[in-house]
Design a protein around this ligand. Structure first.
Ligand code: ADP
Ligand code: ZN
Ligand code: MG
Length: 479
């Protein structure tokens, strides 16, 4: 039997750092980075006697996420202690939620080749992040940084509903986009704001029972997740084909070797000795609170997509790409408000802006210029103030040194020359310098015209209006 005879089964536990200003149980800032141990207080350092106070915003954000993913919101919920010893966890327990999470039974819909598919969510709960260990590269020891300890997280647990790396990719991208739309997390994967524990098992096609799963912890890049699943599925198939048994265990994915390594046996819930957190009250959630949060939810991608097609006349294709990210979608809408040319804005975003983002390995939320500046750029082209060639240079400049495109073209002297007498002057000068081209043109070689226009463009550093150049050269040549 081979790979084709097996089905891969994947379930994800996604951790997302919430973008509240302060931590979950104290008023320290959640800001990423900073000098080690400068965003800390007795609560997040677990000093004896320090008591946690639950940040109400964290509960609101988690409910928001639950509503946006079609979950039922619990009216009564509580925090529990999850006990384990690790040096980045100063209390030796993590305050999390065990049997009474805030949200249950939701789903996220993804697109697949066979149409839409619902990936069911078991639950979403709130918990605190741990600190970070900085390992000395010479093996002399490790230092702990507690700036991240107590940063609020939601954990979103899916059912094992995914069957391929494509589905996992779509699910994660969709989830990321939802969390960005509702503005509960910045989802910066490179900063660990969104990371996934990936559970993988395999079974013979047609089998009813799931195989034993392994779990790869804390993965924070789409590419590694795909590679890790491919590798792990193949490894499991080989073990089974050779008559072996899969052990339920926690694995570590190594990006360099492209392999998984055993970290430890899988721990069970009982290993964590969960019990209700005695220092925090039960969380009661009223219907009014849920309704208020529901009303505060912004327009979601599906609805935006429909509006772009129906009201702005954009192709489905454009609308899909633009709404895949809230940042791009907002950029598009706000720039269009300025220039009233949706298709042009869409083209800039989908071609040149996307290309530069890729080249610079940046995310849409790292675009340095404003929507108004992009709108202004489109207006300048539409009014004929600059050519589309110059506009590309302005865009490059916007990425390097963002300011009003009007100011950029003034400073750089990039305003298009559309003045008849100025154009004529250039045309005459170029003709005088290229008598052979005139002969060629008269002999029927049309390419000579293109050459002359090119020379004129060079002479004016790309600033001459190309339509006017063409027209005037023809007039002169046909005299
Ligand atoms: P734990 O925290 O112990 O890992 P959870 O129940 O919170 O346990 O999470 C289990 C995760 O593993 C879920 O995302 C679930 O979808 C996934 N999962 C469970 N069984 C399988 C399986 N046989 N194959 C793949 N994934 C699985
Ligand atoms: Zn603190
Ligand atoms: Mg797990």
């Amino acid at each position: 039997m081979s790979r084709e005879d097996y089905e891969v089964v994947i379930g994800l536990e996604v951790h997302s750092e919430l973008s509240t200003k302060t931590k979950i149980f104290c008023s320290c800032p959640t800001e990423f980075g900073g000098e080690p141990n400068t965003h800390c207080c007795p609560v997040c350092m677990a000093m004896p006697g320090a008591l946690p106070v639950l940040n109400k915003r964290v509960v609101e954000y988690a409910i928001k996420a639950g509503l946006a993913t079609n979950c039922n919101i619990a009216h009564v919920s509580k925090n529990d202690r999850k006990n384990y010893f690790y040096p980045d966890l100063p209390k030796s327990y993590q305050i999390s939620q065990y049997d009474m999470p805030l949200c249950r039974n939701g789903y996220v819909e993804i697109e697949t080749n066979d149409g839409p598919k619902k990936i069911r969510l078991v639950r979403i709960h709130i918990e605190e992040d741990a600190g970070k260990l900085n390992h000395d590269e010479y093996g002399r020891g490790s230092l702990v940084d507690l700036n991240r300890a107590g940063v609020p997280l939601i954990e979103i647990v899916s059912e094992p509903d995914m069957r391929s790396t494509e589905e996992v990719d779509s699910y994660l991208k969709k989830l990321k986009s939802i969390l960005e739309y509702i503005e509960v997390s910045d989802c910066k994967m490179q900063e660990g704001s969104l990371r996934a524990d990936v559970n993988v098992s395999v079974r013979k096609k047609g089998a009813k029972k799931f195989g034993t799963r392994t779990e790869m912890k804390n993965m924070n890049s789409f590419r590694s997740i795909t590679r890790a699943i491919e590798y792990e599925a193949q490894r499991q198939i080989e073990v089974i084909e050779n008559g072996g048994k899969i052990e339920q265990e926690t694995l570590r994915w190594d990006e360099v070797s492209g392999k998984t390594f055993s970290m430890r046996d899988k721990e069970d819930a009982q290993d964590y000795r969960y019990f209700p957190e005695p220092d925090l009250a039960i969380i009661n959630i009223s219907d009014e609170m849920i309704e208020d949060i529901r009303k505060s939810l912004p327009e979601m991608p599906e609805s935006r997509r429909e509006r772009y097609v129906k009201e702005l006349g954009l192709p489905e294709y454009d609308s899909n790409i633009l709404t895949s990210s809230k940042y791009l979608s907002d950029l598009f809408e706000n720039a269009t408000k300025v220039c009233n040319n949706p298709k042009a804005v869409s083209n800039w975003i989908m071609t040149d802006i996307t290309r530069i983002l890729n080249e610079e390995e940046k995310e849409p939320n790292e675009i340095p210029f404003t929507a108004e500046q992009l709108g202004e750029l489109v207006t300048l082209i539409d009014k004929g103030t600059i050519s589309s060639k110059i506009a590309k240079q302005v865009l490059e400049e916007l990425f390097k040194n963002p300011k009003s495109p009007q100011d950029i073209i003034k400073e750089k002297g990039w305003i298009q020359i559309s003045d008849e007498s100025a154009i004529k002057e250039v045309v005459l000068k170029i003709l005088e310098a290229n008598p052979q081209s005139i002969v060629d043109y008269k002999a029927g070689r049309d390419r000579a015209l293109g050459y002359l226009v090119g020379q004129a463009m060079k002479e004016t550093k790309g600033k001459a209006n190309p339509q006017m150049l063409n027209k005037m050269f023809l007039e002169e040549l046909n005299k």
